[in-house]
Design a protein around this ligand. Structure first.
Ligand code: GDP
Ligand code: FE
Ligand code: FE
Length: 198
């Protein structure tokens, strides 16, 4: 697949080479599965395959960076200070997308945004945002309880799938005593009980 030059100056093959060189095998294979799942959803919901592919390939681009690198970035960019307590779970999407922008010349705002929202969701989510969020949640190597229901919902009603994923992620996090990032809560409040609204 070729991406428009205005979005990024690499072909899909070139990006794959960069990712496989810089990420663990486990992460690289997860990314390929997310792309495959996301492209199925793109086909099913008639989304732009090039945007979906690019966002899927780059969604965990910076997941394996050190905490020190993220903390340094946060120190240099005070507008991100509120991310500081939440750790890599939140940093790798919200800030990782900006690393992809800077380091790879990624220049498609829809894709940057889908990467930023892929872990936490949002009150407003485009179809691309939803596809990446859900593909990451249901890729074939996910085995948690409820994943089959999420897979079924993904191909019946994308909004219901988002709602389902957000509630189950919150339950999971709260059971373990993890802090909830405010955007995750906002997304939950928006999507749960608003099924079919948009
Ligand atoms: P991955 O990068 O492919 O492993 O998947 P994600 O980016 O979707 O999620 C990374 C981790 O962040 C998962 O364990 C989620 O449960 C977790 N997560 C999602 N929302 C929040 C949140 O609000 N707070 C915290 N602490 N973790 C979250
Ligand atoms: Fe992720
Ligand atoms: Fe992922």
């Amino acid at each position: 697949m070729d991406y428009p030059k205005e979005w990024i100056n690499y072909t899909r093959e070139e990006l794959l080479a960069i990712l496989s060189k810089n990420l663990s095998k486990k992460r690289y294979q997860h990314i390929l599965r997310v792309e495959e799942e996301a492209l199925k959803l793109a086909d099913y919901y008639h989304a732009d395959c090039a945007e979906v592919s690019l966002a899927a390939l780059l969604h965990d681009y910076a997941k394996e960076r050190s905490d020190a690198e993220y903390l340094h970035y946060i120190d240099e960019h005070p507008q991100f200070a509120m991310l500081r307590p939440y750790g890599n779970n939140i940093w790798h999407g919200m800030i990782g997308a900006l690393f992809a922008k800077k380091e790879l010349g990624l220049n498609n705002p829809n894709v940057v945004r889908a990467i930023q929202l892929h872990t936490v969701g949002g009150k407003q989510m485009t179809q691309l945002d939803k596809i990446i969020f859900i593909a990451d949640y249901i890729e074939p190597n996910r085995h948690f309880e409820g994943v089959d229901e999420a897979r079924k919902l993904a191909y019946t009603n994308l909004n219901q799938a988002v709602s389902y994923a957000l509630s189950h992620t919150l339950i999971y996090l709260i059971q373990r005593g993890y802090p909830i990032f405010p955007m995750t809560l906002d997304a939950y409040n928006h999507w749960v009980g608003r099924i079919g609204d948009e």
